[in-house]
Design a protein around this ligand. Sequence first.
Ligand SMILES: Nc1ccn([C@H]2C[C@H](O)[C@@H](COP(=O)(O)O)O2)c(=O)n1
Ligand SMILES: [Zn+2]
Length: 191
Amino acid sequence: MSREGARAGPAAHSSHVGTTLPRSDVLEWPDYFMAVAVLAAKQSRDPHTQVGACIVSSENRIVGIGYNKMPNDCTKAFPWDKEAASRLDTKYPYISHAELNAFVNKTVVDVRGCRIYVTLFPCNECAKIIIQSGIHEVIYLLDKYPDKDETRAAKRLFENTGIHCRKFKPKNEKDPVDFYSVFGANQEQSN
Ligand SMILES: Nc1ccn([C@H]2C[C@H](O)[C@@H](COP(=O)(O)O)O2)c(=O)n1
Ligand SMILES: [Zn+2]
């Protein structure tokens, strides 16, 4: 069917008001939400890894979006380095994670029963926020650091609390955005 919509023939027309059929080739919800997370990630100033998160209610409403960033007014005052003689001179103690920012930016009081779409598997600190806030499902794009203690601890926390984690699988044939663009060209897509 053409993307411009279609004219209903006499048979098809019987269950529709008017003569023009509604478009059927729309984005599936999961692809839409992960695309929003990817777009949010593209706002990140992290020179190495851009991360996005999108919290979604059981009624498929977006209730929070975030990306990894330095706290407000700290973008220039703190380092972006991954390595330094002291961890205090790296970005890690200062950066505010995408999941935390999505939670801070929430537009509803309560996110219990929501799910979160994230471009990177959550760390243990974000896992704690997810658990404490009552989010019950995590859909992630890439498990980039499966061997890091932060990831392993997050998995333990999720397993222990029954939070369902699953890898995102696009539903539409054509990606609405290049999902893996935030991870660079040669990123492994299987994990
Ligand atoms: N759950 C997570 C884990 C990490 N991030 C952010 C923190 C850093 O900005 C970046 C990871 O940097 P890399 O070690 O790959 O240079 O990802 C996050 O937002 N959420
Ligand atoms: Zn985190």
